[in-house]
Design a protein around this ligand. Sequence first.
Ligand code: IMP
Ligand code: MG
Length: 178
Amino acid sequence: MHKDVERVLISQDKLENIVKSLAKQIEKDYNGRDFIMVGLLKGSIVFMAELMTKVNLDFRIDFMVASSYGGGTESSGKVKIIKDMEVDPRGRDILIVEDIVDSGNTLNFVINHLVSRGAKAVQVCTLCDKPSRRKVPLVPDYCGAEIPDEFIVGYGLDYDEKYRNLPYIGVLKRSVYE
Ligand code: IMP
Ligand code: MG
């Protein structure tokens, strides 16, 4: 285990099972639909890479970058689109892939943005959810794991751009950010 990690919250084995199960649900629900899987960078990279290889359907992928966090562990609430989709979302069926939903501010903003650009449908698949921290009503359509109010890293999730490469999800030691 990494020296900055207090404990493993979701092991590699568990992550694999979670991703497989999400992929099965998506495969069933999206069968026959012409959709785009849109990853929110950078947190979704590991999850999306694993997920998309397990969804045995024809679909396109794209990415967006939205900022709200900066360097800390709290969302600023002010969300900006740093990089938009390359494909025009007008009339499209979109499945957003996200690492974690916390206050919900980021996804709320991104969903509204895509809908205002004319997307036909927007759903959300998140690996983790911290429902206790929600500030705007947002229920992910697909969720891998509900987690307690702790700051987690690994499997794409970072603190100050570090720990994204850990193959598990762990709780970051408070001493690292306090
Ligand atoms: P929200 O806008 O407050 O829902 O924040 C969502 C974003 O904050 C996520 O996409 C993550 O990038 C980041 N985030 C929230 N909680 C954590 C965490 O525990 N670890 C790492 N990143 C987090
Ligand atoms: Mg993120």
